[in-house]
Design a binder for this molecule. Structure first.
Ligand SMILES: Nc1ncnc2c1ncn2[C@@H]1O[C@H](COP(=O)(O)OP(=O)(O)OP(=O)(O)O)[C@@H](O)[C@H]1O
Length: 595
């Protein structure tokens, strides 16, 4: 752990800039914290600090790791978690990334599973499209992820962000090697397990596994121990999606899970299939319809941001009404340039009356704005007086939601600067006002616009809140990427260039970290099992790995470890795999010409 500098407020300060607010958890590489960047602009202050103890990193390795981190900070895509910067503090490598208040996909899928639900296909497709766009972007730049898994996909409203990009490369140092090393076997491709190298198609395999998981809420390749999972991946049948998902989606997944990397499509090839293209159009259509950006002034957006973060029902209602008004104004402009029928003139009069009402609403909104703003200012100053975060408590895995009184009070409604956006399907009022006057008339009547008044605060509050500026621009950026992919095909552009077979990614070698990991795992298993039993299971599974006999391994495992410790055999297998990897890394290091 780094030695934190104490800020005046008593909060731990990292790099004289980041106040640690809350522990978000611990991964296999290190600890993760929610921090406040004191040098960032308002609304962009919440970030994530990942601290990875490095052990004895040589100076040249340190320099390389930092350079490689800079390379990662140049990736800019809405589906890629923003990597701000990295630095070393004592023996700890620190990475600052974007904060995703809706946690990770693994957590989300667990939540769905526990509720006994499943994800609708439209949701799966929304996420799949974004993930494919993200992969397409990095593969196009000849960068591979290498550790794509549900825990590395973060959620920010309905936007997904591929995270931990290259972190394993930076730290495990295996990116330039003909293999890769990750902490879980579930997403490993047959070629990786056969030590045949990692390329962009191995990322596609991992995404295929993820697609299965989104639909079935379990891993695509399951087994009681590491070796049985490995054998299923290498030799087992490709799983199918349940019939509740379309055959088109199933066939996308089947293609992604082809055993032969060359038979798997690239991200661009998948995006360009008719099925995916149609779904991208649906995604674009749905999201662009519901974006307030096209019709709202920035002042209004500010107000709506305030609305959504403040959660004040009155203000929400006003926001809804104001949005309706903006739609009407667009329509009125249209009317003025058209030859008006008496019916249209009547409608215009209605609009003018509505305009008057809207003016009054605006005044009310401004008053509310002041009121809420003042309240937030007071709360914030109180918050900074009171905050006391136990950042040094390693055992805690509390989430940001549990103890932060203001902007990060609740993980799901957290991130003060991040306003709320509900699922678009539940927002009929935002379908847009029909341009046809008659249809518009029906719309007004349905919408009850005539009854719009500040006296009607009892009306059901707006279901729809609004995206903040950064989120709108992220969505817009996503649309642009989609447009680009769609246009590529329309103009008959050739498919994306193949990502390199021998990746040119970051290249830091840090086998000492791998050693530490092996050591930690060994100690932890011994603690559970006792040294003697550990040794027996270890020898037995080592033998089983050599003969690749899953049944033997399963039987041995069942004999060796008690029922209440079902994951021990899995861990021993994992340990053996790590040891093999370490040997390979060392071998490659020896074979390498000196830099
Ligand atoms: N950018 C982020 N925004 C929000 N939460 C995050 C972010 N990065 C990590 N977390 C959370 O912090 C916790 C630890 O994350 P971390 O990525 O270190 O480990 P992991 O994914 O659980 O395991 P592994 O190290 O094996 O990948 C997880 O609960 C994760 O959801």
């Amino acid at each position: 752990m780094p030695r934190y500098q104490e800020a005046e407020s008593g909060q731990a300060l990292v790099a004289k800039r980041y106040s640690i607010l809350q522990s978000l958890g611990r991964g296999s590489f290190g600890s993760v914290y929610l921090v406040q960047d004191n040098k960032a602009a308002d609304g962009e202050q919440l970030k994530v600090l990942k601290q990875i103890p490095l052990g004895d990193l040589r100076p040249d390795e340190t320099v390389r790791a930092t350079q490689e981190a800079q390379l990662l900070s140049q990736l800019h895509h809405p589906a890629i978690l923003t990597f701000y910067h990295s630095f070393l503090e004592k023996d700890v490598f620190c990475i600052i990334t974007e904060y995703c208040q809706d946690r990770d996909l693994d957590w989300k899928l667990g939540e769905v599973r526990q509720a006994g639900r499943s994800l609708p296909e439209i949701q799966v497709l929304d996420w799949l499209i974004q993930l494919l766009l993200g992969l397409h972007y990095v593969h196009d730049r000849r960068i591979l992820h290498r550790d794509l898994k549900a825990k590395n996909v973060f959620l920010k409203r309905n936007l997904v962000k591929i995270g931990d990009f290259g972190v394993s490369c930076l730290l495990m140092g295996s990116c330039d090697l003909a293999t890769t090393f990750t902490g879980t076997p579930y997403y490993m491709s047959p070629e990786v397990l056969n030590h045949q190298g990692y390329d962009s198609k191995s990322d596609i395999w991992a995404l295929g596994c993820l697609l299965y998981e989104m639909c079935c809420l379990t891993h695509a390749f399951q087994g009681p121990n590491f070796l049985s999972v490995v054998i299923k991946i290498v030799e087992g049948e490709t799983p199918m999606l349940p019939p509740s998902y379309s055959s088109d989606l199933n066939s996308v997944m089947q293609r992604m899970l082809q055993k032969q990397p060359s038979s798997r499509p690239s991200a661009a090839e998948i995006l360009k299939t008719k099925f995916m293209e149609e779904n991208m159009q649906v995604f674009r259509h749905r999201n662009s319809k519901h974006q307030p950006s096209a019709i709202m002034t920035s002042k209004m957006k500010d107000r709506f941001d305030l609305v959504s973060s403040g959660g004040d029902k009155d203000v929400e209602l006003i926001a809804k009404k104001m949005q309706t008004k903006v739609h009407l104004q667009t329509l009125r402009e249209w009317s003025e340039v058209e030859k008006m029928t008496p019916r249209e003139r009547m409608r215009l009069r209605k609009l003018q009356a509505a305009d008057e009402k809207a003016k009054r609403l605006r005044k009310l909104a401004e008053e509310k704005y002041e009121e809420v703003h003042t309240r937030r200012r007071e709360l914030r100053s109180r918050h900074f007086e009171n905050i006391s975060v136990d950042v040094l408590s390693e055992a805690r895995d509390d989430r940001a939601c549990q103890s932060l009184p203001i902007s990060i009070k609740n993980h799901n409604s957290a991130g003060g600067p991040q306003p709320i956006r509900k699922q678009v399907e539940t927002e009929p009022e935002l379908q847009g006002i029909p341009e046809d006057p008659q249809a518009a008339e029906v719309y007004y009547n349905q919408d009850g616009f005539d009854s719009c008044s500040e006296d009607e605060d009892t009306e059901t509050p707006a279901e729809t809140l609004y995206l903040s500026d950064p989120q709108i621009s992220e969505l817009e950026a996503m649309m642009k990427h989609m447009q680009k992919v769609l246009e590529e095909e329309l103009s008959g552009d050739p498919a994306e260039p193949e990502a390199p077979q021998s990746p040119q990614g970051p290249s830091t070698i840090n086998s000492s970290l791998l050693e530490t990991r092996i050591q930690n795992l060994r100690e932890s298993i011994c603690l559970h099992l006792g040294s003697d039993d550990f040794q027996q299971v270890y020898e037995s599974l080592k033998e089983a790995r050599q003969v690749r006999d899953a049944e033997h391994a399963v039987t041995e495992e069942a004999l060796r470890h008690p029922q209440d410790k079902p994951d021990v055999g899995f861990q021993v297998d994992q340990l053996l795999f790590y040891e093999e990897e370490l040997q390979r890394v060392r071998q490659l290091q020896e074979d390498r010409p000196p830099v």
